[in-house]
Design a protein around this ligand. Structure first.
Ligand code: GDD
Ligand code: MN
Length: 408
């Protein structure tokens, strides 16, 4: 018999990674008595684990009684944090311990914990006491008032860092700026997107496929979750007393890769492919009509007159296909002849402005940059296709039409 078995530590049987890449938090099967689940990711935090568990328990007992749980997710730490945590469960029945093997990383550890969580609200806090435990109460208060997400922030009034060097501050803010540049609609929603201390309503991330990389799980939640109401609670990032940080340069690279991955996953690539396909069909219509109308063997109209008719026919063709296919989901929410006519008018305008842009680009490249005219034209067409798509998404088929209740 191993000493582990004698200690009753079999409950911390290693958890193997599940097959497949994405991580999903599934809806709860039935009604749960747990309202809040706090995940504490650990790697070599044996010296901190007892203290963080004690402090959180002391704080949360008052507002929640037995309606909460703490979940330690340890990545098989060499200092046997998992063992220390499991030993604590005797005094803390609301504490659960997961020991992961074959998988490492803060973000995925957090999601693993959430997957095991039974609360309708789920949270994360560092184990090393750099996140002041008492702020948990402020986060809980905000979620109780209705927030979908409550973030502990260093960058709101009352928040800060203890005594970071200028270099570390610049690094942290620089990372935030890059995030703002790549994902303004995600990173810009909170003042401290780097925070690893927050609470989120389970419903906001239920069933959502998450695929984080590195440390910054909050960005994944903001980028993929269904989050409307966000609250921020100030906190001061404390200095570490026990153990050491696991931050390495590799994590900065992983952060950048995470941003790019999220950026790409948020691009409407499928839609763009459909849009470009429709555009190609328009070229066929344009060419065919130009031949039928202007060719000496057919109708032999003047070139300008033929081109105008051909181009307009192509625009109408493209509108029809885009309405019926590319933007079908959006169009079906705005039925009737009038909205359709409005969409068509805007489409027409965008195409016209695209044509002007196309001509200007072609001229600049050909006349001023001395480029080959066909290469210049191909580049101009590619740019204008992107421009048209972007404008059309914004103007013609707006995916975000807000109809106030009762109004039509
Ligand atoms: N399970 C698991 N696996 N836990 C990990 C891993 C891992 O691979 N790496 C780190 N942790 C745990 C640590 O044990 C600690 O509890 C917490 O994650 C934070 O790790 P630190 O190494 O202490 O990070 P930090 O002090 O630089 O904090 C930074 O990241 C936080 C994210 O939680 C800062 O950016 C904080 O603002 C941020 O909140
Ligand atoms: Mn830390």
């Amino acid at each position: 018999m191993t000493p582990r078995a004698a200690d009753g530590l079999d409950a911390v049987a290693p958890v193997e990674p599940p097959p497949g890449g994405a991580f999903r938090v599934e809806p709860l099967a039935g009604r749960s008595p747990i309202r809040l689940s706090v995940v504490i990711p650990t790697f070599n935090e044996a010296k901190n684990i007892a203290e963080i568990v004690r402090r959180l328990t002391e704080l949360l007992d008052a507002p929640l009684g037995s309606a909460y749980e703490l979940i330690v997710v340890d990545d098989d730490s060499p200092d046997r944090t998992w063992e220390a945590a499991q030993a604590l469960t005797r005094h803390y029945p609301h504490l659960r311990v997961i020991r992961r093997t074959g998988e490492r990383g803060l973000s995925t550890a957090v999601i693993r914990g959430w997957q095991a969580a039974r609360g309708e609200v789920i949270a994360v806090i560092d184990a090393d006491l750099q996140h002041p435990p008492e702020v948990t109460l402020g986060l809980w208060e905000e979620v109780s008032r209705g927030a979908d997400l409550a973030v502990a922030s260093r960058h709101v009034e009352g928040g800060g860092v203890s005594d970071w060097s200028a270099f570390r501050r610049i690094l942290s803010r620089g990372a935030q700026l890059i995030g703002l540049f790549l994902l303004p609609g995600v990173v810009g929603r909170v003042s401290d997107p780097m925070s690893g201390y927050f609470m989120v309503r389970r419903a906001a991330i239920e069933g959502v496929a998450m695929n984080p990389l590195g440390y910054k799980i909050l960005i994944e939640v903001l980028g993929r979750g269904k989050i409307r109401w966000i609250a921020e609670v100030p906190y001061v990032f404390r200095e570490r007393v026990e153990g050491e940080s696991k931050v390495t340069w590799r994590l900065y690279i992983e952060y950048l890769r995470h941003l790019v991955r999220l950026r790409l996953s948020r691009l409407p690539i499928d839609r763009f492919v459909r849009f470009a396909t429709v555009g190609s069909s328009g070229v066929v219509v344009d060419m065919g009509l130009l031949y039928l109308l202007s060719d000496p063997h057919t109708l032999a109209w003047g070139l300008t007159r033929s081109k105008l008719v051909a181009a307009e026919a192509a625009i109408m063709n493209n509108f029809w296909w885009n309405d019926a296919w590319t933007f079908r989901d959006v169009a079906k929410d705005q039925t009737g002849p009038r909205p359709r006519l409005v969409r068509f008018a805007k489409f027409q305008l965008v195409c016209l402005s695209g044509l002007i842009l196309n001509t200007v680009l072609l001229n600049v490249q050909f006349n001023y940059l001395g480029m080959n005219r066909y290469i210049a034209n191909a580049i101009a067409i590619a740019i204008v296709t992107g421009y048209n798509f972007w404008l059309i998404v914004k103007l013609s088929w707006r995916a975000t039409v807000v109809t106030p209740p009762g109004a039509h």
